[in-house]
Ligand binder design. Structure first.
Ligand code: GLC
Length: 431
């Protein structure tokens, strides 16, 4: 007879992140930041955003486009007095659920993708006298000014050809041109930067912005020195490589679009958590701990989403009929145990990197620090926010009181509008 508990225990050990290993990750992360700051080869970057924190005087109506990899959202946002209101918004998936289009696929094109984005923004701008747009483009970019930026490489399994190495601003502006639209893209920013802007607009003590969603990444405010202006810098921390991978992580990486890249993101991001759980479940089935029928239902790669994991872990919280794989009650319980391990590890790894950044900014943690976080894992997955905070406490038992983690709701939308306000003001003074 199979000892299910023994199978689960082995898996628990394989995914273990004890306090010491988290401390080691924090120290390594801090070191990788220093290496990157010194201009040496590191798995982290210090990508400039050309944006500093808002001063609170950003006011007016702006358009925002949020393109992160799953859904695209266009918004009309009103800013004033350190608060914001979304006046209009529309969103659309990049992959049609009925399979009519997929702008992220290898057989789509840059033109199709950017025409789709431009149409969505124009539909929100229609009938309005607002033309200044902040564009959140949540991928690693080499930025040379507020609105000049080139996509370094796609992440999050996007494969649209003709965009890597190209100017993102030019691609979107050309699409507006094809539509005869008067919209002007004033700034392009990463979603972590938007999150930091939105969080610090509401609470000026925030100096780190992070996304725990489909993808994972963090940025921070670099105070600058020796003539270098203070500026928010994007770490592309999803690419951090000094994390030890389990056998499942290696399996997932090998089958991914870009093996070897985005190691941390493949262990933390919502894009991947369901797939890790699925691979573990298949192994559990091979060891006799999950039924053969359960294994059949989970045979399709990426058939488990983070929403499915939430359903298995907290069935009482969901009353909707579940869309994902239908498992027996016993199999659901096993998958719930695996999902708990994988989601908890995700929060703990992200927390370890936050401590790494805090150590980089203030080694002895003498000050009080605030981190603004957004993303579906943080805002929607039950327990995730608490696990993040607890892990920081565990890594820094004596100084944990000095670290605050706050929700930065809708950072990539509101943040884009704030960036547009900053950029428009900057242009006005420069001209
Ligand atoms: C991926 C992208 C990064 C983005 C993150 C969260 O890691 O490379 O730019 O911030 O996802 O969306």
């Amino acid at each position: 007879m199979t000892d299910t508990q023994a199978v689960l225990q082995d898996m628990r050990e394989e995914l273990e992140t004890d306090s010491n290993s988290l401390r080691k990750i924090s120290a390594d992360f801090c070191e990788e930041m220093k290496i990157s700051a010194a201009g040496r080869k590191s798995s982290l970057q210090m990508l400039p955003s050309f944006l500093d924190l808002p001063d609170g005087f950003e006011t007016g109506r702006f358009l925002a486009l949020d393109f992160g990899g799953t859904n695209v959202r266009a918004m009309l946002v009103e800013l004033g007095n350190r608060s914001s209101a979304v006046l209009k918004q529309r969103s659309a998936p990049l992959r049609d659920p009925d399979g009519k289009y997929d702008y992220t696929a290898k057989d789509s094109s840059a033109e199709e993708l950017f025409d789709f984005l431009a149409r969505l923004v124009s539909s929100v701008a229609e009938g309005e006298l607002v033309y200044y747009l902040g564009h959140t483009f949540s991928f690693p970019c080499h930025q040379t000014s507020l609105s000049q930026t080139k996509l370094i490489r796609w992440t999050k399994e996007i494969a649209t050809p003709g965009v890597e190495g190209q100017g993102v601003g030019e691609l979107l502006q050309a699409a507006f041109h094809r539509l005869h639209s008067r919209i002007v893209q004033t700034v392009i920013l990463n979603d972590t930067v938007g999150t930091l802007l939105a969080a610090s607009y509401a609470d000026p003590s925030v100096e780190i912005g992070s996304i725990c969603g489909t993808g994972h990444n963090t940025c921070f405010r670099d105070k600058g020195n020796n003539g270098v202006q203070p500026m928010i810098r994007n770490l592309e921390s999803g690419n951090f490589s000094k994390v030890s991978m389990s056998v499942y992580d290696r399996q997932l990486d090998a089958a991914s679009e870009k093996p070897g890249e985005q190691r941390l993101e493949k262990m933390v991001g919502g894009q991947y958590l369901g797939e890790i759980v699925r691979m573990m479940a298949m192994n559990a089935a091979a060891a006799g701990a999950l039924s053969a029928g359960g294994a059949d239902d989970l045979i399709q790669p990426y058939c488990l989403t983070t929403a499915d994991l939430a359903f298995f872990m907290y069935p009482a919280l969901f009353d909707r009929p579940k869309k994902g794989p239908h498992l027996s009650v016993q199999d659901e319980k096993i998958v719930a145990v695996l999902a708990n391990l994988v989601c908890r590890r995700s929060a703990r790894l992200a927390a370890a990197t936050y401590v790494g950044i805090l150590k980089y900014l203030d080694f002895n943690l003498t000050g009080v620090h605030t981190i603004g976080v957004d993303g579906s894992l943080y805002t929607k997955l039950p327990g995730y926010a608490a696990q993040l905070q607890e892990a920081v406490k565990e890594i820094l038992p004596e100084r944990s009181g000095t670290v605050r983690i706050v929700a930065a709701r809708d950072g990539s939308g509101i943040g884009a509008a704030i960036a547009a306000a900053i950029a428009t003001r900057q242009k006005y003074f420069d001209s």
